[in-house]
Structure formats: structure tokens, C-alpha cells
Ligand binder design. Structure first.
Ligand code: NDP
Length: 481
């Protein structure tokens, strides 16, 4: 059985404990590789390697850092088929999505920050002719990056790329549920000539490796993407140590559909924003609010389209639109929320059950895309993050009511508004409590824009210069002339 290795000090090594965790292929429900069960000893080794590499890396000219990062992105592009296949086997998403969505984005992440650093400048504040202030931006040192299982390589590279580009050295922990593409990336980093110790990848469990990173007194910043509960735990531990924190957490995003929208465009995008990647994207719109005059029309068309188009099954099959749920634990969690929705009085309009494909995928973890109506906006199903192929639909009568329901959860990550009325669109965008608002589109991303949530969806912003600012310390130098 293939053993995944940690990547520490430029080499692939086994965990100190010599213990491994079973790594499952969710599409078949079988173990197909072994993930290192690392612990604080491996984190310490990684830290030492990163610390030793820091002086050289932080003083490496940005042009050279940039060249190495662009080389990594080119090698990733060369091997895109291998990476896409690995991601699909590890995560359960359809192969076409890995190949056309996630891998191109991982490549862009590395290239984007690898080139952005060459254009990153800091400010000067002259005080007439008697003094000048300038801001020096220096890398922080050794930083920690912790990423989740839903978009494994995409979110992993989204963190490590700005950290490394800015001159930091990194100790990173991918989710132990989906470690494979981060492991393959280590091989690419070696081939691209990334100096030893600049990036270290320690695989293993959150409570062991993740928390060892968080409590490490010399790791000065943590960039985390994952659940709100885990984010709160990281903040509790890291805040008294005065670590810099970037937390990208859960969501329960509203999708608000007005009667004057472009119906066909909205319908196509709403199918995608509800169920892409099995609904396991923090930006998916899981609460759909529909203006009453088109509620029945929307309901009929949405249910029909989901039933007829979203084929559930083997992620390797080109016609599959909905692949496997990432793990047995998550599969059971999503099903338990469907039961809860029924207990809360919801009506299942489609889906609502597990799917058992024939053949080798019979023991995989599949759930039919599920649409539920008849729930109050403030019930648990509509307030708690499910993070699977489950959405609710709810009618509304006024803009105020839509806003009140949209803003009623503890989350505030993303939102979508469908209307052809420009004034209403801008007004809603201003009043909605979310870090991201899409108007008449969804998941349209420009990597230069700030990305992040409000309320329990997170603290800080990633993306573009925000990420480079997070991974540097600003120092003001005041010179009397
Ligand atoms: P988790 O919070 O369970 O895990 C995220 C990462 O943190 C994993 O690598 C995990 O390791 C690790 N971890 C777990 N416990 C600790 C700990 N005590 N200290 C440090 N690290 C720890 O999230 P999921 O992996 O389940 O991901 C799904 C969540 O991520 C959803 O809530 C989703 O909304 C959110 N998310 C947010 C995004 C955003 O941009 N805001 C984007 C994508 C997802 P292990 O895997 O071993 O448990």
C-alpha cells in the first residue's frame, strides 16, 4: 500500500512515530493509501528546518523566489492529469471538476503569488520637507498553514503561496482526510529547486499536528481554513501568544432570488451554487430565498433540473455530476441533517437519501442532491452549516424580509443576489452581512480581490495584496531631514 511521506527539510521522510492513518477513497469506501500519523516531534523537526532556511530565503531576491514559484506552477501544469486523478480518488469529486476547476486554480494560486511579489511595494508618507516616513514590510519568519479537505490542493496552495512568496518559511498541515495532492506537491517542490526547509508539510491529525503548530511558541502566524469550532479553538490557544491569525471559517450562505431576475441564467447558476463539489464548498448557497411571485415556477424548474441533470455516481465517470461525500463521518453527518430537517417539519422535494451505485462504487459514500422546503428561516437546518448536497428553499415577500432572513445566521461568508434591478442589487449588497457578494453570478473569482468572512465566518482577509500584507510585518521608519 502506498505510504504518504512528510516533506521536511527538502526530503520525504516517515513520521517519527512510524504510525500511519488509513486514507480512504470515498468513491469506493476502501483504504487505498496510508497517511503519516505525525505528532509534535515532526512539527518540531519541520520548525527547525524552516527556521534554518529562513535567513537565506527571506534574503533571496524576489525575482529568484518568483522564478522558483513559477517553475512549481509549470510542473504542476505538466502533471495536471496525475494531480486531478489523485485529487478525485482522495476527495471524491468528479474528475472533470478536479481537472477543469481545482487543479487550474491551484496552478494559478502559485503563479499569481509568485509573480505578485515582484510588484509588491510599500508606502511612503512625506511630512513636507522636514521628514519622511516609509513602511518596511518584512517576512514574519516561520508561519503555520492549516487547510481543510473540501478543495484540498486549491486551499493548500492559496495559503502556502503568499507565505513563501513574501519570504516566510512554512510548516503546513493539509487535512488528514485528503493528504495526497499535498504529498505530490512536495515532489514537485523538490524538482523545482525550492530550497530545503522553505516549505515543510507535516501530515496527520488536527488535534496532534494542527494543535502542535498552534501552540508552538516560535511559529508566529497561523493561516487556517476550516470549521468555525476548530477556528475558535485555534484562536483560544494562539491569541494569548499574540500570534497573527487569519481564520477562514464556515458559512451558511444565502442565495436571494428576485422575481425580476434573468430566470434561465439564475436557474443554471443556482444548480451549480447549490451542488457543485457535492455542496462541499464553503461558498455554496445553501439557503435559497425566492420572491413569492416566482416561487412555484422556481421550485418546479429547480427540482426538475436537479433530478434530471445531477447524475450521482463514480467520480471517474465523465457523466457524473455529483461524486462521493469525502468521508463516512461526513456522510453520516449530512444524512443526520436531512433527518433533522424532516423532524423540523421540512418537506423533501428531491433526494433526501443515500445512493448506492452498482459495481465497485457500491460501498462508497453518496448522497442524492437534496432540496427541502417548508422550514422556518430560524430552525437548526437553516442556521447550522451542513456542508453537503442539501439546500432549503423559502419564499419571501419584501426586500426587508429577505435581508432579515439572509442575515439571521451566525455566519457571514458569501451571498448571491439575482435581480435585474441595479438599485436594489447595490442596496442589498451594502446591507447584507457577508464578506463576499455575488450579483447575477456565483464563484466568479479574481485573485486580486479580498476574500473572507464576517461574524463566525472568520477574521482577516486572504487574496491579492491582503494575503501578502498578512504574511509580512509592517515597520514604520521616520527620518528627520
Ligand atoms: P476542520 O475545522 O475540521 O479542519 C480543518 C483543518 O484543521 C484540518 O487540517 C484539521 O485536521 C485541522 N484541525 C482540526 N482540529 C485542529 C486543532 N485543534 N488545531 C489545529 N488544527 C486542527 O474543517 P474541515 O476539514 O471539516 O473542513 C470543512 C470546514 O471548512 C467547513 O466548516 C467549511 O465551511 C470550512 N471552509 C471554509 C472556507 C473559507 O474560505 N471560509 C473554505 C473551505 C472550507 P484534520 O483533518 O486532521 O481534522
Amino acid at each position: 500500500m502506498q505510504k504518504i511521506a512528510n516533506y521536511i527539510n527538502g526530503a520525504l521522510i516517515e513520521p517519527t512515530s512510524k504510525q500511519y492513518i488509513d486514507n480512504y477513497n470515498p468513491s469506493t469506501g476502501t483504504v487505498y493509501s496510508l497517511c503519516p500519523d505525525s505528532d509534535e516531534r515532526d512539527v518540531e523537526l519541520a520548525y527547525q528546518a524552516a527556521e534554518a532556511a529562513f535567513e537565506d530565503w527571506s534574503n533571496t531576491p524576489t525575482e529568484k523566489r518568483s522564478r522558483i514559484m513559477v517553475r512549481i506552477s509549470e510542473l504542476l501544469e505538466r502533471d495536471i492529469d496525475k494531480f486531478a486523478m489523485a485529487e478525485t480518488i482522495d476527495q471524491g469529486k468528479p474528475l472533470w471538476l478536479s481537472k477543469n476547476g481545482e487543479m487550474p486554480r491551484a496552478i494559478s494560486n502559485i503563479r499569481f503569488f509568485g509573480t505578485a511579489i515582484e510588484h509588491f511595494a510599500s508606502e511612503a508618507h512625506p511630512m513636507g520637507n522636514h521628514a519622511i516616513n516609509y513602511t518596511l514590510r518584512t517576512p514574519i519568519g516561520v508561519v503555520g498553514c492549516i487547510s481543510p479537505w473540501n478543495l484540498p490542493l486549491y486551499l493548500f496552495t492559496w495559503k502556502i503561496a503568499p507565505a513563501i512568496a513574501a519570504g516566510n518559511c512554512v510548516v503546513a498541515k493539509p487535512s488528514e482526510v485528503t493528504p495526497y495532492t499535498a504529498y505530490l506537491l512536495s515532489e514537485i517542490c523538490m524538482e523545482a529547486g525550492l530550497p530545503a526547509g522553505v516549505l515543510n508539510i507535516v501530515h496527520g491529525l488536527g488535534p496532534k499536528v494542527g494543535s502542535a503548530l498552534t501552540v508552538h511558541p516560535k511559529i508566529k502566524a497561523i493561516s487556517f481554513t476550516g470549521g468555525t469550532k476548530t477556528g475558535a479553538e485555534i484562536a483560544r490557544v494562539a491569541a494569548p501568544m499574540f500570534k497573527k491569525l487569519s481564520l477562514e471559517l464556515g458559512g451558511k450562505n444565502p442565495n436571494i432570488i428576485f422575481a425580476d431576475c434573468d430566470f434561465d441564467k439564475m436557474l443554471n447558476e443556482t444548480v451549480r451554487s447549490s451542488f457543485l463539489n457535492q455542496g462541499e464548498i464553503c461558498l455554496c448557497g445553501s439557503r435559497i430565498f425566492v420572491e413569492r411571485p416566482i416561487y412555484d415556477k422556481f421550485k418546479a424548474a429547480f427540482v426538475e433540473k436537479v433530478k434530471s441533470e445531477l447524475v450521482v455516481g463514480n467520480p471517474l465517470d465523465a457523466k457524473t455530476k455529483t461524486g462521493a461525500i469525502v468521508s463516512k463521518m461526513h456522510f453520516e453527518k449530512v444524512l443526520s441533517y436531512i433527518e433533522l430537517a424532516k423532524e423540523e417539519g421540512g418537506t423533501i422535494l428531491c433526494g433526501g437519501h443515500a445512493v448506492k451505485p452498482e459495481g465497485e462504487c457500491a460501498n462508497g459514500w453518496y448522497i442524492a442532491p437534496t432540496i427541502i422546503e417548508g422550514l422556518s428561516y430560524d430552525c437548526r437546518t437553516n442556521q447550522e452549516e451542513i456542508f453537503g448536497p442539501v439546500v432549503t428553499i423559502t419564499p419571501f415577500d419584501t426586500d426587508e424580509e429577505a435581508l432579515m432572513m439572509a442575515n439571521s445566521t451566525e455566519y457571514g461568508l458569501a451571498s448571491t443576489i439575482w435581480t435585474e434591478n441595479l438599485t436594489r442589487a447595490h442596496k442589498m449588497a451594502a446591507e447584507i452581512k457577508a464578506g463576499i457578494v455575488w450579483i447575477n453570478c456565483w464563484l466568479l473569482r479574481d485573485l486580486r480581490t479580498p476574500f473572507g468572512g464576517v461574524k463566525s465566518s472568520g477574521v482577516g482577509r486572504e487574496g491579492g495584496l491582503e494575503a501578502l500584507r498578512f504574511f509580512t510585518e509592517a515597520k514604520n521608519v521616520c527620518v528627520k531631514l
